[in-house]
Design a protein around this ligand. Sequence first.
Ligand code: FES
Length: 134
Amino acid sequence: MSIILRLNLRSSLMLQVRFNSKDAASAKTIPKNLLEDKQTAVLQKENGAIFDKRPFKISLDKDKTYSWCLCGKSKSQPLCDGMHKNEFLKIKQRPIRFKVEKTGDYWLCNCKQTSHRPFCDGTHKQPHIQTAVK
Ligand code: FES
């Protein structure tokens, strides 16, 4: 946010507050996983492999339960397709079960490094993530 003070011709003080897109993004609240306390999302410490450097916008229904891929190996990103069960891949991470409060569009994390699983929290903007995927 930047604040600009201006003096106009009538000598009255004008206050102009400008928001840029970065401020708008940080002001947005990250949705809450309604199953966060009931599932294993907070117990798994390790993140999965970086799948993409951008989040994925998806329509979600408030009455459904979803499984978000944490391991980064699913072919149905950003959701789980069961790939973590392949014993030859020796994957430690398990999918994150989640529900949303309202039916609508949500940005799900696709870099698998978010601190607010399964929702994008902007972590993907870090240079090591941006350079990891072409
Ligand atoms: S895509 Fe992972 S934090 Fe945004």
